[in-house]
Design a protein around this ligand. Sequence first.
Ligand code: SF4
Length: 301
Amino acid sequence: MTSLPMNRVEASSPRPSPPQSGGKPPHSIGVETSSPRSSPPQVCGGEGEEAQDGQHPPLLTGREAAGLNQRFAGRPTPDVLAWAWERFGSRAAIGTSFQGAGLVMMHLAKIAGLAFPVFTLDTGLLFPETLALKRRLEDFYGLKIEAIEPDLTVEEQADVHGAELWKREPDLCCTARKVLPLRGKLEELACWLTGLRRQQSQARAEVQIVELYQLDEETGRGIVKVNPMAHWSREEIWSHIQKHKIPYNPLHDQGYRSIGCMPCTRRITEGQDERAGRWIGFKKVECGIHTFLPKKVDFQI
Ligand code: SF4
């Protein structure tokens, strides 16, 4: 029997059932949901409103964000999601690479009837298992997951920068294949919902539920980043996935934890950070999508 991702989780935690191989998974009949909420609310600020003096009006102030972080401390994740929907409607979108937290967040949104758009960054270097999971999740949740692609194919990138850029300059590779495509997507949005968790690594230990970032210094255009899963533990994530039979990446059953591009993802051993299997041989710990924007803490965006 295939070992499960929970072999790196406390023995008392229930193990998720392995995914069904071949054919339509039994859980593809869909997710029970609340009635979809009424039309998305009007969004204040951002591209939806005319800029004054070339500056975009605020989507949220630093003071509001601080108040929200206090309000959401210890509150259930659906409360955070409901706030994001009420505030931003479909200009809030879930960005996911199909790690466990992203899968759970999509599930919580679905059962609450919150129709957030969902997108993923398809670098052209994802595992076949990841691409198959995207299709399974589309069936399971009954939605289309937008694939955001880089300007250059992998072959075109090799022509410009040489073959296997990730072996020489992974920062440049991540910028081209992840960061810039994401930036383009964020230009369309007011709010970016992520599956970041504090437990994942030291670099993520200070993640807040609501964060403000500057997208464009010239226009003052900003983005509200919401991390509704910040306080979830790995055990809680996998317990939820098991309980609700949510499709997940079968590579988790083979020793992988954080799963990204094929060339930069390795299995890890017990006791390592969840993201220790990424960019082995480099000091790099983040691809850049969560670090490229300047954070705004105490002033309006
Ligand atoms: Fe390139 Fe690796 Fe970054 Fe993927 S994770 S974009 S292959 S450097």
